[in-house]
Design a protein around this ligand. Structure first.
Ligand code: FES
Ligand code: FES
Length: 187
C-alpha cells in the first residue's frame, strides 16, 4: 500500500495490521521515531497524523492511506516544529534523547492547535514519559514557546531600565556633590 510520509508517497510492503512504528523503522529505515513500551503508554513512538500527535506503535497502517504522516526526520520543515526544535536546543532539553522525538511531536501538535496554551493545558498535553526526568527543561522550553518567558524577560528589562535611570540620577547627584566639593577645595 501507499503511505504519504513527510510529503513523499512511499510504497510499503507490509500486512495491513502492521503498526506504523514497525513500518517506519523496519521497512523504511526511519529510526528517529522510537520504540518504548509498544502499548500506547510512553509516547516515544509519537508521530503527527494530519498534524495531530498519534502513537504509532498502536496505529495499524490499513487506515492511513490518504493521510499525511510527519515524523521527527521532517519536523523542522514545519514552521511550528522548527520553533519547537529551536526551543529544545536553547533549553538543552534532551539528556539521553530517547524520548525527545516523541516530546517534540507532542509539543508541535499542541502548538498547532493552540498557540498560547496555559500551564494546565501544557501539562495535559505533554504527558510523554522521560526516564531522564527532563520535564523541567521541557516545561521551560514550552513556556518560552508560548511567550511566558519572553514576558518575564520583558518585565526584567523594564526593572533594569528603571534601575539604570535611578543609577543615572544618583550619579548626577554624586557628580554635583563632587563638583561642589572641588569648588570648595579650589577656594
Ligand atoms: S512505544 Fe508507543 S507509546 Fe510507548
Ligand atoms: S531524555 Fe532520556 S528518556 Fe527523555
Amino acid at each position: 500500500m501507499e503511505l504519504r510520509i513527510n510529503g513523499v508517497t512511499r510504497e510499503v510492503d507490509a500486512e495491513p495490521d502492521t503498526p506504523l512504528l514497525w513500518v517506519l523503522r523496519d521497512n523504511l529505515g526511519m529510526t528517529g521515531t522510537k520504540y518504548g513500551c509498544g502499548v500506547a503508554q510512553c509516547g516515544a513512538c509519537s508521530v503527527l497524523l494530519d498534524g495531530v500527535v498519534t502513537r504509532s506503535c498502536v496505529t495499524p497502517i490499513d487506515g492511513l492511506a490518504g493521510h499525511e504522516i510527519t515524523t521527527i526526520e521532517a519536523i523542522e520543515a514545519d514552521p511550528v516544529g522548527a520553533r519547537v526544535v529551536a526551543a529544545w536546543v536553547e533549553h538543552q532539553a534532551p539528556q539521553c534523547g530517547y524520548c525527545q522525538s516523541g516530546q517534540v511531536m507532542a509539543a508541535t501538535s499542541l502548538l498547532k492547535q493552540n498557540a498560547h496554551p496555559t500551564d494546565d493545558e501544557i501539562g495535559a498535553a505533554m504527558v510523554n514519559l522521560c526516564r531522564c526526568g527532563t520535564y523541567n527543561a521541557i516545561k521551560a522550553a514550552m513556556r518560552d514557546l508560548v511567550g511566558v518567558a519572553k514576558t518575564a524577560d520583558a518585565d526584567r528589562g523594564a526593572v533594569l531600565a528603571t534601575s539604570a535611570v535611578m543609577l543615572g540620577a544618583a550619579g548626577a547627584v554624586l557628580a554635583a556633590t563632587r563638583g561642589e566639593g572641588s569648588e570648595a577645595a579650589d577656594v
